[in-house]
Design a protein around this ligand. Structure first.
Ligand SMILES: [Zn+2]
Length: 159
């Protein structure tokens, strides 16, 4: 009986440890919220799934959030983690919602080479959903960064 209890406890501990582990590369990164492909597909719209789970890119100027400048918070469309603040949004003219900074700690970064050069990929630190990329041609007056984010990966919560 004691042995059985010990076994039970060690299984529970093991599970807690493995879900709390944070790793640095995206391939082996584990997330607080993790679902199967089938689950994501049933919960997300087609474009959300394409962007967030297949690292796709929405058509420029296709997101109603591109021209949204209301006060509020942009949260992850998949898990509702706050990712960007309305006050840090600017019009980059690219057709994608753009921000000069993220909400620190809630956005994680990787690298991809889709276009033959290295860019900084951004994803939700909670669920791993792909968001967009960060570039160094943002507003010089503030951070100099341009976080180019797919509107499909965001939900807007007005203040
Ligand atoms: Zn998320």
């Amino acid at each position: 009986m004691k042995k059985l209890l010990l076994l039970f406890v060690s299984i529970v501990l093991f599970n807690c440890n493995s879900s709390a582990q944070k790793k640095d590369s995206k391939q082996s990164e584990s997330f607080e919220i993790s679902k199967t492909d089938v689950q994501w597909k049933s919960e997300l719209t087609d474009i959300e799934y394409h962007v967030m789970r297949e690292s796709g890119t929405e058509r420029p100027f296709s997101s109603p959030l591109d021209k949204n400048y209301k006060k509020g918070t942009y949260v992850c469309a998949a898990c509702q983690t706050p990712l960007f603040k309305g006050e840090h949004k600017f019009d980059s003219g690219t057709g994608w919602p753009s921000f000069d900074r993220e909400i620190e700690g809630n956005v994680a970064f990787g690298t991809d080479s889709d276009l033959g050069y290295s860019r900084d990929e951004e994803h939700c630190a909670t669920c791993g959903g792909h968001l967009g990329h960060v570039f160094n041609d943002g507003p010089r007056k503030t951070t100099g960064k341009r976080h180019c984010i797919n509107g499909a990966a965001l939900d807007f919560i007005p203040e």
